[in-house]
Each structure stands twice: as C-alpha cells, then as structure tokens.
Write a protein that binds this ligand. Structure first.
Ligand SMILES: Nc1ncnc2c1ncn2[C@@H]1O[C@H](COP(=O)(O)OP(=O)(O)OP(=O)(O)O)[C@@H](O)[C@H]1O
Ligand SMILES: [Mg+2]
Length: 343
C-alpha cells in the first residue's frame, strides 16, 4: 500500500501518525496492538516505508496461519534433509527480510515452544537454519502485531515476559474506528473514489443521510468492514449518487445501540419512505406517527431529515432498473421526471 493511503486526521489517529513518524528511523522493535481490521498491517508498512530500510524488503509472516510445526522452518529456514520432506535447502523469512523489516502478524499465536527461539534470534541477531549448526548473521527490524491483550497473556503464562519486553520496545495502540468517528467521512470518500475508479464508475455524491448513518455505526470490523461495505455500495450504484444496500445497513444498524435521537431519526425516516415522503394528509407520515403536520416538520428540521439528504435524483436510474430489494425506492412521479430516492 502506498504511504499516502493511510487516511485519517482525527486527534486519536494523529497520535498514531506522530508515533509512526517518531519510531520509523529509530530502528527498534515495535508492537502494534489493535482490534481486527483497524489497520495494524498498513501501519507496519508505513513504518517500514518511512524508515531507512525502505529500499529493502518488508516481509510479512502470519503466525496464526502457519501450523506450529512448520513455523520454525518458515521463520529460520532449513537444510536439505533436516526433516522428512525437506528435499531442498530453504531460506527462512528472517533471511529474506535481511536489511529490511520482518512483520510478525498475530504474534500472540506464536507457539510457546518457539518463543525462546525467537527471543534468542532477536537478541543475537543471527539465525540457524534447521538441520544446520552454522549461525548466519542477520540485520532485521521486527514489527509485531496482535489483536490480543499480550500483557494479559503474559500474566496467564501464555506468552513469555522476556519476549514481550523485547518486542514491546515501542508500543503503538491503533484506536478502533468507533474512537475516531471523525475519520469516517474521509475514509468513505477515499473508498468510494477508489472502488468507483476500479469499477469504471463516476460517483460524485454521497447523501448526507448516508454519511450520518455511516458515522453513527459502531463498525466492529473497523476499517476493513467499512471498506467492504463501501465496495458493495459502489457495486450496486448505477448513477452518480452512492446507493448502499438498505437491507444490509438496516441489519448493521440493528446490531448497534441507538441513541434516542438516532432511533427517532430512523423511525421518522422509515415512515417517510413508506409514504413516499408525503408528510400531511390522511395517509401522510404525520398522521401515521400520530403528530400534527407542523410538529413533524419541525422534528424533521431538528433531526436534519430532508428528502434532498437522501439523494433524490432527477433522472437516474429509471424506475424499472431500480429494485426495491436493493434499497432503491421510487417516489412520486412528477410529469416528465423519473425520480428515485436511493439509500
Ligand atoms: N488509515 C487507513 N486508511 C485507509 N485504509 C486503511 C487504513 N487502515 C486500514 N485500512 C485498510 O483497511 C483494511 C484492514 O487493514 P489491516 O489489514 O492493516 O488491518 P489489521 O488491523 O491488520 O486487521 P487484522 O487484525 O484483521 O489482521 C486494509 O484493506 C487496509 O488497506
Ligand atoms: Mg493484519
């Protein structure tokens, strides 16, 4: 990922960017901790890209994805005949990352029996391939990452304290997206642009209401979840206005805790959708909600609900291309206009 792709300017994310800048040239071990999908790997890459090692390799190993028995040889390499099936000499990831950076992802899943071996390599800066007694000097910077509470694992004797201290020379905590909601609009715009470009589309409007809902969601899967959501939204968008799948978003919204104002906004919006944005009259939203028309209008103003914020379009798409199940709701057809509310 290019360095410029690390999006975010909230105070919480600025703290992370400042830490990256500080540690990049220090050449010490870094421990990146954060929830799933919060951006640990891109942060590790950014540290490498900003360090004097940037012209050499950034090698990533996922300690959880490689079975324990193979991980040792994967990290340190092996000689031919070192074990059954070792038909050729293999260079390990440490050696591949020589003069570069080794990213040890999911370090909390490193088997206990491998932990002292890793510690020794880090302390001595040399490796021995399996089946060889020869020490090979290496010059590797290690960045480790985990979504587990590594200190808690140390307390529970699941992770060695000495290795923890060796890796945790410079800790970086990546805040989850719910702690930096100010970054959501920037991220949404970035992902819409990225996926629209990739899919050859031109999307230049994200309805305010959509953005408000995206900002108010808790995003347990963090940036990866938001990114996937936007990718799907771009896929189903046929015009210039972003059109996320409403059913999916309803499910996402149902999974979060609503504030009273959120719940009120959602209920009023839902009713307005059902009445095709007709407020007054016998079948209008005000009557359904048991409110005088003027009260509903003033609540809509207070909660920032307006038909425009739903991206009412005056030409695209034609109603017949617009499936209700995709969250595309045709509204009243003024003569000569094919209008649709999309969301
Ligand atoms: N600040 C950011 N700006 C733009 N994209 C980001 C940012 N942070 C993360 N991403 C994107 O979000 C996705 C998840 O990021 P990443 O893989 O680094 O997370 P992670 O914390 O390593 O996740 P996991 O714990 O699941 O391994 C990636 O596609 C990445 O490109
Ligand atoms: Mg990761």
């Amino acid at each position: 990922m290019a360095t410029s792709d690390l999006i975010g300017s909230s105070p919480n994310f600025r703290t992370v960017l400042d830490a990256i800048e500080m540690v990049a040239s220090a050449d010490c071990s870094v421990l990146v901790q954060g929830e799933t999908g919060s951006g640990k790997e891109v942060i590790a890459q950014r540290i490498h890209n900003a360090s004097p090692r940037r012209h050499n390799r950034f090698v990533a190993v996922n300690c959880a994805a490689i079975p324990g028995a193979l991980l040792e040889s994967e990290l340190f390499g092996h000689e031919r005949g070192a074990f059954t099936g070792a038909v050729a000499q293999t260079v390990g990831r440490f050696q591949s990352a020589d003069r570069g950076t080794l990213f040890l992802d999911e370090i909390g899943d490193l088997p206990v029996e491998l932990q002292p071996k890793l510690l020794r390599v880090l302390q001595e800066q040399q490796i021995e391939r399996l089946g060889s007694g020869r020490a090979i000097p290496i010059d590797v910077r290690v960045i480790a990452a985990t979504n587990q509470d590594l200190w808690q694992m140390v307390q529970e004797k699941k992770f060695r304290a000495d290795l923890y201290y060796r890796l945790n020379v410079f800790p970086i905590r990546v805040p989850p997206l719910r702690e930096r909601k100010e970054d959501i609009p920037l991220l949404v715009e970035h992902f819409v642009e990225k996926f629209a470009q990739r899919q050859g589309k031109s999307i230049d409007h994200i309805p305010d209401e959509v953005m408000e809902l995206l900002k108010s969601h808790e995003w347990p899967g963090n940036i990866r979840e938001l990114q996937n959501f936007i990718e799907r939204a771009v896929i189903v968008t046929t015009g210039r206005v972003l059109r996320p799948l409403i059913d999916e978003f309803r499910a996402a919204r149902a999974a979060r805790v609503l504030t009273l104002a959120d719940a009120e906004r959602a209920h009023i919006t839902e009713t307005l959708r059902e009445t095709n944005w007709v407020v007054g009259g016998q079948n209008g939203a005000a009557s359904r909600l048991g409110l005088p028309r003027t009260s509903l209008l003033s609540r809509m103003r207070r909660l920032g609900i307006s038909r425009e914020s739903f991206g009412v379009r005056t030409s695209l798409p034609e109603p017949e291309n617009c499936r209700m199940s995709d969250g595309c709701l045709p509204v009243s057809h003024a003569p000569g206009l094919a209008r649709a509310v999309s969301f």
